[in-house]
Design a protein around this ligand. Sequence first.
Ligand code: ADP
Ligand code: MG
Length: 652
Amino acid sequence: MTEQHKPLLAIKGITKIYDVGDTKLDVLKGINLTIEEGEFVAIMGPSGSGKSTLMHILGLLDRPSGGVYEIYGQNVLKFDDNRTAFLRSKIIGFVFQQYNLLNKMTACDNVALPMIYSGGTNKVERAKKLLESVGLSERIFHKPNQLSGGQQQRVAIARALVNEPKIIFADEPTGNLASAQSDEIMQILTDLNKKGISVILVTHEPDIAQWANRVITIKDGQVVSDTKKTETEKIQHNPLKIHKDSSRLSVAEFSENFFSAIRAILANKTRSILTMLGIIIGVASIISMLALGTGAQQSLEKQIKSMGTNLLYLMPGRISVGGVAGSVVRRITLEDVDALASNTELVKNIDPTVSGNVQVVYGNKNTNTSLTGATTAYQYMQNAVPEYGRFFTNTENNNSAKVCVIGATVVKNLFGDQEPVGKYIKINRKQFRVIGILPVKGAQGPRDGDDIIIVPLNTAMKRLLGTRYVSSVSVEVQEGKIDETEKYLLATMLERNKLGADQADSFRIRNMSDMIQMLSSTTKTMTMLLGSVAGISLIVGGIGIMNIMLVSVSERTREIGLRKAIGATKTAVLLQFLIESSALSVMGGFFGVALGVLISFAVSKFAGWAAFVSGFSVFLSVSFSVCVGIVFGLWPAKKASELSPIEALRSE
Ligand code: ADP
Ligand code: MG
């Protein structure tokens, strides 16, 4: 023994106190032990004496309540997570009574798993070799549930050996096995010890303890005996370099994490689909809702713009006459219109119109539609210059010519695919020539803006509707004279009808800028409403994601425990879950966008609503869902990764 000799491990005054409710359980009461490299030690003792507790502390799977633990003279209880993970990975191999294999992986992958964290090369080759050395060359690609207990334990031993540890801890490795299988396992451990690996095993069976060279007995948390069969030679090894370059992530580690994430997603198809469903619904709803809201807003804005902002509408009003039931309707004549038009300072253009419903026949087709009689000014003031054919002329109006311009719906109803211009149709049984087709307006609120026939005003008044009065007058106002003109129109009409200012209700004047304000505030309300509905569904989707993620991670706390036990750092565990939850959320987000776009198109196609999918809504909804997915996947994983490995392994 040289002066610098440092034993493989040395513990001094190790205690462990469990809090059970209000009482404290003193399980280990100051244990002192020194174990040299190359020893084969069996720890014995009755059930409940604290053997497993001691092993977990020795294997760095749990922390003692007090005492000192040195490996090669270094106080490992002071090590940070990275260096502790390095020890678990490179120095220690742990064999559990319950094997703790990952059931979704083959024997080969289970054995290779610790190498992800230690960065070994030729993983599969090494894993196969080790499986052969424990007599499992026929079972390399079997999954744990296809193996017997003894075979599973041999896989677990191979896994413990994969990083060439200095020491193997085995907690009742044969506890679940029949005696023939027990002997095989003990033979393997003995052979390993002969190759220089220290073996420390826990057992309560004297038969098993016999395989060891040194037997330590524990009772009530204290060492009561320590006997050696033969003295082992103390070997001095090179001082141990303990390091782990944790900040860098190896490609191997990343790709293993990536594929294990994909494997986990595929292995739990139902759950993965449910998780994604939350994201899909959230994303799809916000995209389609905002698409409809934006579409509605855009089409209203277009409509408003097409109406022009410098228009006033004059219509007869209804006033009730002093308490008498009933009302008097004031009327507007063509003479009134001429009088109004005479003030060219204010009135730029004027278009008196009449309207009514008519029956229209072409061949064996007939339809009911609304008729408007107008002047030639109509085509400019209402953006109604025909795209096919022409509008009627002043001469045709003056002559009450039987010509008409028809809207797209009327074309569809009467002509189908035929060319209408030049054809004759019957309006209220009178023959009219179709001279033009109006530009398409689309729906105007509940009304179809294309279900319309325009004829010259005089023709409508004399030949079709038989009236001397106009229904309304559209006035195009000179630039910037809206308010003035509004007053002028009303004053003139009152004066011509010999009415006082108290009877201003006799006429109604609608100002387009009022209309615009009203309409745009309506659209704003609608978009806000749609947006908040979408927002709610996104939150509901988020809660769904959150819930599934919480379940998913808590189900896998044991797996997290095992990964830590074989050398994963906290960062590695977190990374794995980060990859998994982002893969899920991104996939869900992608399907959600597809579904949302599909819904928007379907609604705009079948319901005829305008829809516009904006990049902003895609970005907003996808990033929100992905964030929810990641945060609620990572948060529980972080909690689990902060548990000691043994706490995580114990969780159900
Ligand atoms: P052994 O392996 O020798 O059978 P353990 O080390 O597993 O014994 O347990 C020793 C004692 O500590 C037992 O009385 C057990 O009930 C208690 N114990 C073990 N783990 C916990 C725990 N996580 N919380 C509270 N008590 C525990
Ligand atoms: Mg035990």
